[in-house]
Write a protein that binds this ligand. Sequence first.
Ligand SMILES: Nc1nc2c(ncn2[C@@H]2O[C@H](COP(=O)(O)OP(=O)(O)OP(=O)(O)O)[C@@H](O)[C@H]2O)c(=O)[nH]1
Ligand SMILES: [Mg+2]
Length: 542
Amino acid sequence: MRQAVLTSRQCPGLGRRASVPCLPLRARGGVASVPRRDGWPSGVKPLVCAARVSEESDLAAEFEAALAQQQGLARQQQGPRQRGRGAAIEANPDERERVFLVGAAVKGEARRHAYGLEESVEELGRLAEAAGLRVMGSTQQMLEAPNMSTYIGSGKVAEVATAVAALDVETVIFDDELSPGQLRNLERQLSSTGPDGLPTTVRVCDRTALILDIFSQRAQTREGQLQVLLAQTEYQLPRLTRMWTHLDRVGGGGQVKGAGEKQIEIDKRLLRDRAAALRRELESVRGHRRQYRDRRAATPIPVVGICGYTNAGKSTLLNTLTGAGVLAEDQLFATLDPTTRRLRLKGNKEILLSDTVGFIQKLPTELVAAFRATLEEIRDASMLLHVVDISHPSAAAQSEAVLQVLEELGVEGMPLITAWNKIDATANPDEIRRIAAQRKRTVCISGRTGEGLPQLLELIGRELEAAMVEVTAMLPYSAGELLNDVHTTGRVRSEEYTAEGVLVQAAAPPSLVGRLRYGGYLLEGGDGAASDGDGEDEVTVL
Ligand SMILES: Nc1nc2c(ncn2[C@@H]2O[C@H](COP(=O)(O)OP(=O)(O)OP(=O)(O)O)[C@@H](O)[C@H]2O)c(=O)[nH]1
Ligand SMILES: [Mg+2]
């Protein structure tokens, strides 16, 4: 049996190093190994060897097939879980990478979000767990001002160094984005020499890198994978310095560029080329999806985009309402790729419900930009359904963070319904229901028990109807399909069959009004097609 030595970097759930049985596969440029299904060290589930296989290679397909077989097996063993390619890892808790968390806030600084320091670090811990890491401990500091070279104060760095050594920590994760210099300095100061005289290197990373890591483990579609790769490449670019500074030290200072500096330039160019290639590929993948969306736009079924903080219960709600079978679990960022399902409302009206990636406070700008295409699902919706986990202690801050991202996406004016979810898990449901009743377009629901869902659907139907516009149109007999759409998606007030065609008066959804206007069939009305009435409540925080 072939053995391959895999490091924890190659397979993040495996811990340090492990020798695992593999299936050999010859591929262009070397031998790739796919771990076998049996003979694993106890507690370690099938994982993927990081061997490089050229995509053009015939054997790459074989490699992919073996991979798919493995992941299928992993899924069978674990139930219907959704996992990213190359990351089907469920490790023995004791073998997970050991991490330590550090949070800091600047005193008196008007925080963009109302998330407290402690809650934010707690959330960072949940993110670390979602990435398959083992949290060994955490610390926090209120700062007068961030330290330019290490972000936190020197005393705190010393405290972290002690904890790192005592807890045998491999990686320290900061809750805020660090500059390349701060990363380098912290890594140097936290690394130490062990009792055996050998250096112990500690890796330092920040929240953004952690989220990128989770996303790269979870991305299922080609588009999702490309988006993450692009975001990772862009994240790496300004942070390259730390990899090559040792070459400068070897070469000495002076006026001439150090070997490290030259290497950084080469690497930067390589990364830029890579980013450009990724962007091109992404554009072509997006082209396909755009065609699909355009086709969908041609059917005038209103799209309700479900948005909300990660873990708010968006997928559970979609599943309960439509039986979509989307993975829903108590884990941050369980869903990355959008799923859309059809749903019939009372009165036989149909809508499309679209589940999307969750938001999070301190959402890295790289990710907002990278996931712009996925979030287009939200931008193109007729209405937004904001799902809030009302049982969460930071529900208000989470809600605010979501509304902030929506604003960044430029969808403030869109009709918005708020669903206070997980009402079954609250200690004071009656009080919460009372507050919700005083707010506009807000319902208390439980995606889990089904409570409040009829009211939610009724509200969606009502709001969609309120967004409809009164029109009068003359449809020639050749436009029978459009007349049919007026019947299925709008409300026909009157219909008269004339020699010219069908004279119809109806309340129609804005998307349909656009098509009527485009076809030159509109006689009257349709001016308020983009508005939702009073426009209130769209950016109100809890
Ligand atoms: N008690 C209770 N738990 C719920 C409810 N809805 C969802 N949950 C739980 O909340 C957790 C997260 O649910 P998901 O549906 O995966 O949440 P999501 O918003 O899709 O999360 P991401 O995809 O990670 O952004 C799961 O453990 C669900 O079982 C609810 O109404 N009541
Ligand atoms: Mg989800």
